[in-house]
Design a protein around this ligand. Structure first.
Ligand SMILES: [Zn+2]
Length: 78
């Protein structure tokens, strides 16, 4: 009986971990800044796909992006 309980608890923990990871990926930052060019984009912008992942900076608002010195991308106009 204890073994079953332990298995159920382990299953719940694993499911919760996966759900959290999925939620974080789904509700990721809406904007991505380029640390190299100092431009920021909608996360869906094609330029983000072309960007070196090392240069990608997550940004949560236009205000935050501008405060950090980023200018809006001319392609996606965030
Ligand atoms: Zn863009």
């Amino acid at each position: 009986m204890k073994k079953i309980l332990a298995a159920v608890v382990a299953l719940i923990v694993i499911t919760a971990t996966f759900a959290t990871t999925f939620a974080v990926a789904l509700f990721d930052s809406p904007y991505i800044g380029n640390a190299n060019t100092k431009k920021f984009h909608y996360a869906s912008c094609r330029s983000v796909d072309e960007m070196n992942p090392d240069n990608q900076v997550p940004l949560y608002s236009v205000d935050e992006a501008q405060r950090k010195g980023y200018t809006p991308c001319k392609r996606c106009k965030p």
